[in-house]
Ligand binder design. Structure first.
Ligand SMILES: *Cc1c(COP(=O)(O)O)cnc(C)c1O
Length: 394
């Protein structure tokens, strides 16, 4: 008799369930919006990355539909092998201009952009100096590169300087990487100080601005714009899947690098491009953002209102300085129960536990959107207050 070769899976799933870490995925049955149909119920949506409400914006939908008419549904090619559509080049030029970057290259997703760029910049003889809370896709990009990963304390320029001092000499090249906005806590890297330190040591400097694209900077131009680091940051990774409301990733930065990625980045060379509809919708998103800062302003206004009220109610919203609003609850089972009761109250806000956040730091993560009306915010706050009292959190 042979042992059950899949037992490791059933064992692990049982362990996840035991620890309250098994993920139950809800089903979305409508377009994304402030109110969304989830598992058959119309609920206030407080957990998507649709910061500006662009995921269901009429201008983006119209652009996508027109692109399908003109270009069809698929790119039918890896760009370097069978030609790139002019649409992709047009998007890259528009995005570079919008962000004030020398060059932009687009990828299929933000995750993909990290896997693409890091192994091109560093290899086995090199070191990556990485914030200890960096996103999984940065960590995977670093692993793929074969470079040694040296971690520095979260958002600490002092610790970055210390680790560089101690370890920089061991490596041929060094790359400093940080998230811009940290997705689980909503805090922001001290990018100007970390850049200065990296520059002094002759290190490459990269920021992953997934949650800052369309949110931070003038009219959503991103974190390099926020810190006035145009032309200084070597690589700024962004996503089009969050505030931009579509799907895709970008690398913006020095043109020497973005052009080189067209020769060397494996997800560019071995995987098909984004669809015409996606790319056209992203161009329309840039149109919307360039025409007016209304959506971005509204997002920040809603953020200020919601956070101030949550703190007044007695919730701990951690270190956030962005629309990402963690509601710290501690243990994963409490966070899950909180989320379940919110859903009964008509509010969709998911609990996050290990490994997405460290053990013992489970939370509900509220994502504020420009699309929320004052009455929506009040509805959400009232539900948080009722559930918070019922579960003894406030
Ligand atoms: C969401 C996220 C990504 C992945 O972006 P996708 O476009 O969804 O693949 C990468 N990095 C960070 C920091 C993120 O928060």
């Amino acid at each position: 008799m042979t042992a059950d070769k899949l037992a490791f899976i059933t064992d692990d799933v049982a362990a996840l369930k035991d620890q309250g870490l098994f993920i139950n995925i809800r089903t979305i049955q409508s377009a994304q919006g402030p109110w969304t149909v989830v598992d058959g119920k119309r609920v206030l949506n407080l957990c998507t990355n649709n910061y500006l409400g662009l995921a269901n914006h009429p201008r983006l939908k119209e652009a996508a539909a027109k692109a399908i008419e003109a270009y069809g549904v698929g790119p039918a090619a890896v760009r370097s092998i069978a030609g790139t559509m002019d649409l992709h080049l047009q998007f890259e030029e528009r995005m570079a201009r919008f962000k004030g970057a020398e060059g932009v290259i687009s990828f299929q997703s933000g995750f993909c952009a990290n896997l693409a760029v890091i192994p091109v910049l560093v290899g086995k003889e090199d070191g990556v100096f990485s914030d200890e809370l960096n996103h999984a896709s940065i960590i995977d990009g670093c692993r793929l590169s074969g470079a040694r990963i040296e971690r520095f304390a979260h958002c600490s320029p002092e610790d970055l300087a210390r680790v560089l001092e101690e370890k920089r000499g061991q490596y041929r090249r060094a790359l400093v990487i940080t998230d811009g906005v940290f997705s689980m806590d909503g805090d922001v890297a001290p990018l100007d100080q970390e850049y200065e330190i990296a520059e002094r040591c002759g290190c490459l400097f990269m920021v992953d601005d997934a949650h800052g694209e369309g949110v931070m900077g003038r009219g959503g131009r991103g974190i390099a714009d926020h810190f006035h680091l145009h032309g200084k940051v070597d690589v700024e990774v962004g996503t089009l899947s969050k505030a931009f409301g579509v799907m895709g990733g970008v690398v913006a930065g020095k043109k020497l690098i973005t052009d080189y990625l067209r020769q060397r980045a494996r997800p560019f060379l071995f995987s098909s491009a984004a669809t015409p509809a996606d790319v056209a919708a992203c161009i329309a998103a840039i149109d919307v953002l360039e025409e007016s800062t209304d959506l971005v302003d509204r997002l920040w206004e809603n953020t200020r209102t919601f956070k101030a009220e949550m703190v007044r109610l007695g919730f701990n919203t951690g270190q956030s300085v962005t629309p990402i609003t963690p509601v710290m609850l501690g243990e994963a089972p409490l966070a899950k129960e909180f989320s379940r009761q919110l859903f009964e109250e008509g509010v969709f806000a998911m609990a996050l536990g290990f490994p997405t956040v460290p053990r013992g730091k489970a939370r509900i993560r509220v994502m504020i959107s420009a699309g929320l009306a004052q009455s929506d915010l009040e509805f959400g706050l009232a539900a948080f207050e009722r559930v918070g009292r019922r579960l003894g959190v406030i």
